[in-house]
Write a protein that binds this ligand. Structure first.
Ligand SMILES: *[C@@H]1O[C@H](CO)[C@@H](O)[C@H](O)[C@H]1NC(C)=O
Ligand SMILES: *[C@@H]1O[C@H](CO)[C@@H](O)[C@H](O)[C@H]1NC(C)=O
Length: 386
């Protein structure tokens, strides 16, 4: 008799434990979804829900590697990109995951990716801790589509990262960062290819400032099948004196205020500026003062500062003090140190760019390094908005 009571009691406890476990598993998900439904007008409800549902299936796809602790396969993820045989780039040569498991949160990602190294010039870059994930174009599209707006803000160093992202989205290594339809002659078309697209002084006028500009020319050029891609754009704010850029700032402010509603998806600002610690921190404060108030409080805003990275031996003697290898490293360490004290995210690219080949003035890298920097930004965008 007593034995049977104990068995029944045991069964009850087990049932209780299982149901607590199950509700702990599903309840947070359920509760997380609730606010969205309350924020929406009925008009938006249907499209929004559809969109959310399809995004959720995609996100599961993207995050599968995390849940299963999968290590990324070693293969060339650029194998289907166009101009592969003219520009000779392979994701394996850019970056090595070497059996490491992927990063699970943005803090450890930033730490790991900022502190890696290469074994030899142009050898693949290895993060120090958890691994950067080389996303397929489809994954990149899904990650970007979680955002309402992604804004790259900075001097010319941010332009190259933006160009890297465009090259990934277009799967085009030769002209991916440019608008070849805007070339004025054959000479420019021959000059502005692959690496040189990122550095040649012949090319700047053909650099797009938004993904929209490319979609408007030919929507098939962005290889996002179906995913409604976020507004991704860049503004050049090279100068500390923001009054000098008043017009472009006003334009961006107006656009942000018009586009971002209280119930919008998250927004991301990616800043970059070299190489003077005082100038860059003041610049960052001014840029944030101008842009952050345009985003309603209710909308999630993610921000990061990307350092421009190392410089090459081509840097002229007169610039060594400010742009030399040691100056750029001091700048990076200084930015990371200051950011740590105020809790602002700074992703360092010095270690990822030192020991790479530089072009022209020693301050620009070619397509391979800029694809890597762009992929770092994509990883960060994924991790801060899981
Ligand atoms: C390239 O395309 C082929 C055929 O569509 C596909 O099987 C393969 O997975 C693609 N490779 C990459 C790296 O995306
Ligand atoms: C960058 O790499 C060097 C070795 O070249 C290493 O000593 C240093 O710790 C790395 N930097 C950071 C920020 O971890």
């Amino acid at each position: 008799m007593r034995m049977r009571n104990i068995i029944v009691l045991g069964e009850v406890i087990m049932l209780l434990v299982v149901s607590i476990y199950l509700s702990a598993l599903y309840l947070p998900h359920y509760i997380n979804q609730l606010p969205d439904f309350y924020k929406m007008s009925t008009k938006d409800f249907h499209t929004h829900t559809q969109h959310k549902l399809s995004m959720r299936t995609d996100s599961i796809e993207v995050e599968r590697h995390r849940q299963s602790f999968t290590v990324q396969e070693e293969r060339n993820y650029l194998a289907n990109f166009s101009s592969l045989d003219s520009c000779f780039v392979s994701s394996n040569a850019i970056y090595g995951a070497a059996g490491k498991s992927p990063c699970y949160d943005s803090k450890s990602f930033i730490e790991s990716v900022s502190s890696g190294g290469r074994i030899g010039v142009d050898a693949p870059y290895h993060c120090q801790g958890c691994a950067l994930w080389w996303h397929s174009t489809e994954d990149i599209c899904t990650i970007l589509s979680r955002y309402e707006h992604i804004l790259f803000v900075g001097d010319e160093s941010i332009e190259n990262v933006f160009g890297g992202l465009l090259s990934l989205l277009r799967e085009d290594l030769m002209y991916g960062s440019l608008m070849p339809w805007a070339f004025i002659n054959d000479w420019q078309a021959n000059e502005c290819t692959c690496d040189k697209a990122f550095s040649s002084s012949a090319c700047p006028v053909t650099r797009p400032t938004s993904v929209r500009q490319i979609l408007d020319h030919n929507s098939n050029m962005i290889k996002c099948r179906g995913a409604p891609i976020a507004n991704v754009e860049i503004i050049r704010l090279p100068s500390l004196d923001l009054n000098a850029n008043e017009e472009s700032i006003r334009e961006v402010q107006t656009r942000l205020v018009r586009l971002i509603a209280r119930d919008s998806n998250p927004v991301a600002f990616i800043y970059s500026h070299g190489f003077d610690l005082e100038i860059a921190t003041t610049w960052l404060a001014h840029a944030r003062d101008a842009l952050v108030p345009c985003i309603p409080r209710a909308v999630t805003l993610h921000e990061i500062f990307l350092t421009p990275g190392a410089s090459g031996p081509q840097v002229s003697n007169s610039k060594l003090a400010t742009h030399g290898l040691q100056a750029t490293q001091r700048f990076e360490n200084g930015m990371r140190e200051r950011a740590r004290t105020v809790g602002f995210d700074v992703l360092g690219t010095w270690n990822a760019t030192v020991q790479t080949r530089f072009l022209d003035d020693g301050l620009h890298n070619g397509v391979a390094v800029n694809l890597l920097k762009a992929m770092m930004v994509v990883n960060w965008l994924e991790l801060v908005e899981q």
